[in-house]
Design a protein around this ligand. Structure first.
Ligand SMILES: CC(C)(COP(=O)(O)OP(=O)(O)OC[C@H]1O[C@@H](n2cnc3c(N)ncnc32)[C@H](O)[C@@H]1OP(=O)(O)O)[C@@H](O)C(=O)NCCC(=O)NCCS
Length: 183
């Protein structure tokens, strides 16, 4: 599906289409994570290994990319989450409504998100974020954001709330866990 919003062309990709755009996606990732390049977790090669080996094989993987002219300026991708009960057990302390839903009701994980620094501050992140989540059937979404990342306040302004902390891999940073109820 393709839509135009504020001069941004949004394109949805499944896993196979995403893997065909490796070059553009890694270029945005590197440019947006330059300050973190002293940590190997944030190298484009490690990022791509996670995407290709762990996330792209999950059924219903989807990536939304924003394009201006012929340049990819940002992307977000996610999948259904394989441990929805773990998220619900934490989210229920923040969103009382979660208690009324089945404990194993599905949860979507908003996995990774970046906008190229040349194009930040123009609202593109919000457009790409909303495009990825707007068509999801799940009622609850989950994400992990590095402790101290200024993006946390952006997520809070979009309805995300902190529900805990986790270190998802032994070589990853400690992350804040956030959840959001989807409309
Ligand atoms: C986080 C990121 C995607 C934001 O991209 P962006 O296109 O500049 O964001 P937008 O212009 O859509 O702004 C989004 C909102 O956050 C606010 N915002 C943007 N940068 C911010 C910052 N550094 N600190 C606090 N708020 C910020 C904006 O005011 C805006 O608020 P609004 O939606 O209420 O109007 C981008 O900075 C990025 O790629 N960062 C590096 C990778 C990263 O940290 N990804 C997210 C964690 S997984």
């Amino acid at each position: 599906m393709i839509t135009d919003d504020a001069g941004l062309k949004l394109v949805r990709y499944d896993a196979a289409e995403t893997l065909r755009h490796a070059e553009e996606i890694q270029a945005v990732y590197l440019a947006a994570h330059l300050p973190q390049q002293d940590n190997p977790w944030y190298s484009p090669a490690k990022f791509w290994e996670r995407l290709e080996d762990l996330y792209a094989p999950i059924p219903d993987f989807e990536l939304v990319a924003g394009w201006r002219d012929d340049r990819m300026v940002g992307y977000a991708f996610g999948t259904p989450y394989r441990r929805p009960q773990d998220v619900r057990n934490k989210a229920v302390h923040v969103f009382a409504e979660v208690a009324a839903e089945p404990v194993d009701a599905p949860v979507y994980i908003f996995r990774e998100f970046a906008v190229h620094p040349d194009h930040q501050g123009q609202g593109y992140a919000r457009i790409i974020h909303n495009a990825l989540l707007s068509e999801r059937p799940e009622r609850l979404a989950y994400l992990l954001v590095r402790v101290g990342n200024p993006a946390r306040s952006m997520y809070e302004s979009w309805g995300w709330r902190g529900i805990g902390q986790d270190q998802p891999f032994s070589d990853s940073p400690v992350m804040d866990e956030m959840a959001k109820q989807l409309d």
